[in-house]
Every structure is written in C-alpha cells, then in structure tokens.
Design a protein around this ligand. Structure first.
Ligand code: OOB
Length: 539
C-alpha cells in the first residue's frame, strides 16, 4: 500500500486496534458497491428524474468510467475535482474514480472561480468534472475561467452538453483490469468548513469512511426497504455518509435524488417514490414544517427526518413529530470525522435538547477548558475528539495541523459543547472564527482576505449576526481608507472575484475603527454584540 503524500496516518497501534475490532473491514468503496451489485443486481439503486439505475447498472457504469478516466491518463492517487449537482452521474463518476484509486475532491455546486481554482491548484487536479447547466448557471463558463487560472488542469469532463470539453457520456469505455486501491488508502478529499484564509482538504480513507457509514446505517436502522431522499448537496458529508446515500447503498436500499430541496419539488417525490428517510439543515426543516400544514398526506411514508449541520433549537425540534408525522433525529457531525446522533430510544428531552452522542464506543470525546484541561460533565467547554473515523491531519497542511490537532492527535473541533453523563452533547457555540449560515460554513478570514483586496478597504472583520431563518448571517465591518464606498460596490467586487454567493456578506457596516481586545486584537465579540443590538433596535 502506498499512501498519499500529505496524508497523516493514524498511529499503527490505533490502526491495528480498529482493524481488530472489525471497524476497518478492509473493503474499498468500489468493492462494497460490487458486492451489493452481486447480491441484488436488479434492485433499483438510484432514482434521478425519469432515470432509474439498478445496482448492476451503476456498477457497470463505474467500471466503464474507470476505464474512460484511465484513458484520459488519470491514475491511482490523481486528484479530480468533482462539482456536480444532485444527479445520478455523481455516483458513476465517484465509484469510477474509486475503482481507479483516483481521488475525487468534492466541491459544492455553490462554489465559484475563487474556490474551484484553489481546489484545482492546491490539489494539483488532473481533471474537473461538472454538469453543463444547473439552476440557470453554466458550469462550462466557470470551467473556462478555472482553466485560464490553472493551466495545469488538463481535462474538463461534462455531464451533458460538453461544448469544447470531454463529454462524460463518451468516457464509458470497455472495462479494463485495474489493480485498484487498498482499503487503508485515501479514497477522496472532503472540504473543511474552515476558519482560516483558504479552505482545507480532508483526506478520508476507504476503511475509516466505510466504518462510519456502516455504523451510521445501523444506528438509523437502514435496510433494503430504505428509500432515502437526497435533497441536500449530494457531495456534502451529511447526505453522503451520515448514513446518507452511501449508507443506503450499503444497506441495499434506494436513493432518490432531488435537484432542489423545496417542498414543491420534493413533497410529490416523497409521495410517488415512497421515501422513508431524509436529511435537512434547520432552515429547510422550518420551511417543510410550514408547508406541511396543508400537505401532510404527501409525507405519509416518511419515517425519519434527520436534521443537522447547524443547531436545531428545541422549540422547533419538538414540532417535527406532531406536525410532519415522522420521527426526528438530530445529527451533529463534521467532515473531519466525528458524527453524533440522537438514538431511537432517546427520551424527548434528549431528542429535543441535545445534538446526540458519538457513533462509536471508540470515539474519544473530550470537553476541555482554554488550557486543554478536562471539564466535568455539564460544563461548557471546547470539544476535542479522536477515533476510528476522525482524521489526524488535513491534506498538505503541516503548519495548520499543529494548531488544529493536539500533540496526541485530538482534533480541535472549534465547537463549544456540554456533555451529559449519557455522552449526549449540546452544541452551545463556537470558538472557531466561522459563521454557520444555516449549515453553510463561512470562514471569516477567507472572506476578510477578499475584502482586503479592495483598494478602498483598510481593514475588514466578518462576524455572525442572529437571523430567525438561517440561525446566523454574516456582517462585514469595514474601515475604509477614507474614500466613500457603498455596500453594493463591495458585494459586486466579491462576486467579480469569483466568491461563492453564500460567502458574500449579508450586511456591511462602515466604522472608523474596530474595538480591540486587551492584547490589541480585533474584538469580534464586541462587533457581534453591536450588530445584534442594531438588529434588535430595528425590530
Ligand atoms: C456537517 O459538517 P461540516 O463539516 O459542514 O460542518 C461541521 C460543523 C461542526 O463543527 C459544527 O460547528 C457545525 O458544523 N454543526 C452543528 C451541527 N452539525 C454540524 N452545530 C450545531 N448543531 C448541529 N447539529 O455539518 C455535518 C457532517 C456530517 C453530518 C452532519 C453535519
């Protein structure tokens, strides 16, 4: 087994323990799908619009695409940025790459030139896979801009009308013999929500990821009858693995892909496809609750609604069962690893007021004070974790890793939590400099750096402001160099720099100077309080 350069392995002793426990089962993602296709070739794996792919069809397409990507010169451990909407091709592409041992780098559909160019450059990607159009946006235009910025990017592969690029449809070659990766190797790179200047990449191995997928599927009781509606962006860790689409494939169930998560789009789909389980972020759960007032009959097959990605408050959580008619599960996870679930046997108190407990008895969860000293249950502190599916380091990020992990390998999540004796965690805040915009993570420093690039901006500080719908939105405080500047100009500036829309500040406040802390740093707490007061006063 040759390991990817820039990956931090688990210490051998831990790796051995996880293998002995049967957690790391030695199966790759590609082999998992092949085994399932062998067991029940004709069962439907994916429903996407009018298309229905059986397990055998998905398996065959993966082999064909592995051959096609190999023909393009893509080989084991080569990185391929994959930015696809919720379409069936996401799975044939990913499993094709898994079979080859090439590594998808998962971009979100909302990412634009700034983000995608960074992923392609940083990961030294050989190819970039897109759809032609989605939601009125032409990804081929974006690909042209990215190629101009990153000339080393050799191939753009398009699901749909390819224009001058390579059509995905033409990459379905006759399958070839492939050595394939081993299960201990990195399978793909996920994105970190981040708090620093540029998003970090998260290397996940076949072994560690499949363990979290199997254990999650168990916790959620998935079996062959599971029909999972994927309404969140398919590449995100929550709908991908908690237990998500991969959990459903592992269980032999069916994935139903929705292009948009709005009730008008998905409620009819739930009814016609007999959806049993789905995952939402809190703002969407609130929209569903509103719509369900008139349309509850359409939801009658739905048994479990998972909500996570951002805090789901108890006031709303308690409405799910009576108003939607399905059970709620709170999910508190992170692409770096650790995922917590409330369990079916939990009391209403735990279900409504906590974000669940860790998947595994071998997840090591610590709640510590500012000096890394362990705190007793019930006290608010920093969440640290290590375990069988939590990374030991970001990809190619030695300097950052020294801060993001303790010397003995615990990941500093940046979340502020309380733990109950049962192990359940309540998320109460964040120490990391990030805004959680209804599940979309915005790294303050990344946006501040873009703002600072404007010639009229002297200093910038991005903070969260409370929002009834998204939980939080972002507010940029700006000190100008003197010349007058309008908020719209700054917003347009960011858009022209190719920054994803969800990272553009929702509000801009001009100030003459920033409040400072005792040691002279920008006092973001004071800025958060100031904007919260302004909003409260306006209400
Ligand atoms: C999920 O993953 P990421 O990587 O987009 O974001 C992780 C961060 C956490 O560190 C925490 O700050 C926040 O998102 N978060 C929550 C939460 N779930 C995630 N904060 C409060 N309550 C929750 N329930 O967001 C993710 C990955 C896998 C499963 C579910 C969510």
């Amino acid at each position: 087994m040759s390991q990817l350069t820039g990956f931090t392995p688990w210490p051998e002793q831990d790796a051995q323990r996880y293998r002995e426990l049967g957690y790391w089962a030695g199966e790759t993602l590609g082999a998992m799908l092949q085994r399932k296709a062998g067991e029940h070739p004709d069962r439907i794996a994916i429903v996407c619009g009018k298309r229905r792919w059986s397990y055998a069809e998905l398996d065959a397409k993966a082999d064909q695409l592995a051959a096609g990507f190999a023909r393009l010169g893509i080989g084991a451990q080569d990185r391929v940025v994959v930015q696809l909407p919720n379409v069936a091709e996401f799975f044939s592409v990913c499993f094709g790459l898994f079979r080859l041992g090439a590594l998808p780098v998962f971009a979100l559909p909302a990412h634009r030139r700034a983000e995608v160019s960074h992923f392609c450059r940083f990961a030294d990607a050989k190819a970039y896979v897109i759809a032609d159009l989605d939601g009125g946006f032409d990804y081929r235009t974006l690909a042209r801009e990215v190629q101009a910025e990153v000339p080393a990017l050799r191939h753009v592969v398009v699901a749909g009308e390819a224009a001058e690029f390579t059509a995905l449809a033409d990459l379905h070659d006759t399958p070839i013999e492939l050595a394939g990766p081993s299960a201990g190797e990195v399978a793909f790179l996920q994105l970190s929500g981040g708090s620093t200047g540029l998003p970090k990449l998260i290397p996940r191995t076949h072994d560690d990821y499949l363990y979290s997928v199997r254990a999650s599927a168990d916790i959620c009781g998935l079996d062959q009858d599971a029909v999972y509606l994927c309404a969140l962006p398919v590449a995100h860790n929550f709908p991908l693995s908690s237990p998500g689409t991969l959990g459903v494939l592992h269980a032999g169930g069916r994935i139903v892909l929705a292009r948009r998560p709005s009730p008008d789009e998905v409620f009819p789909l739930i009814g016609t496809e007999g959806v049993t389980i789905t995952a939402l972020v809190p703002p969407l759960a609130m929209v569903w609750l509103e719509s369900a007032r008139q349309r509850r009959p359409e939801l009658k097959t739905l048994k479990l609604l998972q909500v996570g990605g951002a805090k789901f408050g108890a006031e709303v959580a308690c409405r799910v069962l009576p108003e939607l008619g399905c059970r709620l599960q709170q999910v508190f996870g992170m692409a770096e690893g650790l995922v917590n679930y409330t369990r079916p046997e939990d009391s209403d108190e735990l279900l409504h007021h906590t974000q669940g407990r860790a998947i595994s008895p071998h997840d090591e969860v610590r709640v510590v004070d500012d000096e890394d000293r362990d705190l007793p249950d019930g006290e608010l502190g920093h969440l640290l974790t290590r375990g069988p599916y939590t990374i030991r380091g970001y990809y190619l990020a030695d300097e950052h890793n020294a801060r993001a992990f303790t010397a003995d390998g615990y990941y500093r999540t940046g979340d502020l939590v309380r733990r109950l004796p049962s192990g359940h965690l309540t998320v109460e805040g964040r120490a990391k400099d990030q805004i959680n915009r209804g599940g979309d993570k915005v790294a303050a420093e990344e946006v501040e750096n873009h703002l600072l690039a404007h010639p009229a901006v002297h200093d910038a500080a991005l903070v969260a402001m409370p929002d009834a719908y998204l939980g939080e939105r972002s507010c940029a405080f700006i000190v100008t160099r003197g010349a007058p500047l309008r908020p719209v100009e700054l917003m347009r500036f960011l858009r022209e720099r190719g920054v994803a829309q969800y990272k553009i500040p929702d509000r801009i406040e001009f100030v003459t100077e920033f409040p400072k802390t005792g040691v002279g740093k920008v006092n973001k707490r004071a800025l958060r309080e100031r904007i919260a007061e302004l909003i409260a006063a306006a209400d």
